[in-house]
Design a protein around this ligand. Structure first.
Ligand code: AMP
Length: 277
């Protein structure tokens, strides 16, 4: 497996042919591995980027303590079928004088965007830059970050980028907790309670499957269960899976998404209802 540190090294390695791309911030786990495996199955070669992108973190967020586990990450990438890993440093991605941003209007203001102003502008900007550097055929993202996936699809369509986005299912721990690099911040007690996020979404799904279509009732159940487990609710929403606008009734693909704090760790999870309706 090749370790590529500079834009020039990526360009020299790229060549022609189908290339799958998996952008990450490192501290890799089985969720990331599933994206790499999906890419390796679809493409001649796969490159993973590991870059903790400063512009998607707010001033009081965990940029400085974000976990860095580079050696273990390389092993995971290789085992999952990556051909190369790109690990640029900050100064290379954001050169002096950098002042160009890519922003998807509207979609980035709600849910996670409401509590993390500027977050999605950082994501769309860095992903655009990485797309230009890597020039992938396909790029792989997780449904775990449902809003991010939607925004990146919008960006790719709006900018006519010749890249197919593939959105992969959420990989979970045996008890249901969605895998996340941030799970390692949790104390033993917080880890036990963090299962409440997927439990609450599971309860909402059950209600939906037993015939409930009123968003207010589904939302009520989500909040009630979350209140039992989380230290603080950031948001709980029942919205259109296409526009992220709140819905009154579930009669099309509907995203139920929540973010909650366990101690000082903020975790997110979601489920989509109504795909088979
Ligand atoms: P991150 O390193 O957290 O920025 O995530 C990199 C990519 O991995 C994003 O597309 C995430 O949506 C995806 N990802 C993170 N956790 C999971 C998970 N539990 N299941 C599937 N994909 C995930």
């Amino acid at each position: 497996m090749h370790i590529l540190n500079t834009v020039e090294e990526v360009r020299a390695w790229r060549g022609d042919g189908n290339l799958g791309f998996v952008p990450t911030m490192g501290a890799l786990h089985e969720g990331h591995a599933s994206l790499i495996r999906a890419s390796a199955a679809d493409n001649e070669r796969t490159v993973v980027s590991i870059f903790v992108n400063p512009t998607q973190f707010g001033p009081n967020e965990d940029l400085d303590k974000y976990p860095r586990t580079l050696d273990a990450d390389f092993k995971l990438c290789e085992a999952a079928g990556a051909d190369a890993v790109f690990t640029p440093d900050r100064a290379m991605i954001y050169r002096p004088g950098f002042c160009t941003w890519v922003e998807v209007e509207g979609l980035g203001d709600r849910l996670c965007g409401a509590s993390r102003p500027g977050h999605f502008r950082g994501v769309t900007t860095v992903v655009s830059k990485l797309f230009n550097i890597v020039r992938p055929t396909r790029a792989y993202f997780g449904q775990k970050d449902a809003q991010q996936a939607l925004i990146l699809k919008r960006m790719t369509a709006d900018l006519n980028l010749p890249i197919k986005l593939v959105i992969c299912p959420i990989i979970r721990e045996p008890d249901g907790l969605a895998m996340s690099s941030r799970n390692r911040y949790l104390s033993e007690d917080e880890r036990k309670r963090a299962v409440g996020l997927s439990k609450a979404l599971g309860e909402v799904q059950k209600l939906f499957e037993s015939g409930t279509r009123t968003a207010g009732v589904l939302h009520g159940q989500l909040v009630t269960v979350l209140d039992d487990y989380a230290d603080k609710l950031d948001y709980a929403e029942v919205v259109s899976a296409e526009t992220l606008e709140p819905v009154l009734e579930v009669n099309g693909p509907t995203l139920v998404a929540a973010a909650a704090f366990f101690g000082s760790t903020r975790l997110i999870d979601n489920v989509i209802l109504g795909l088979r309706a």
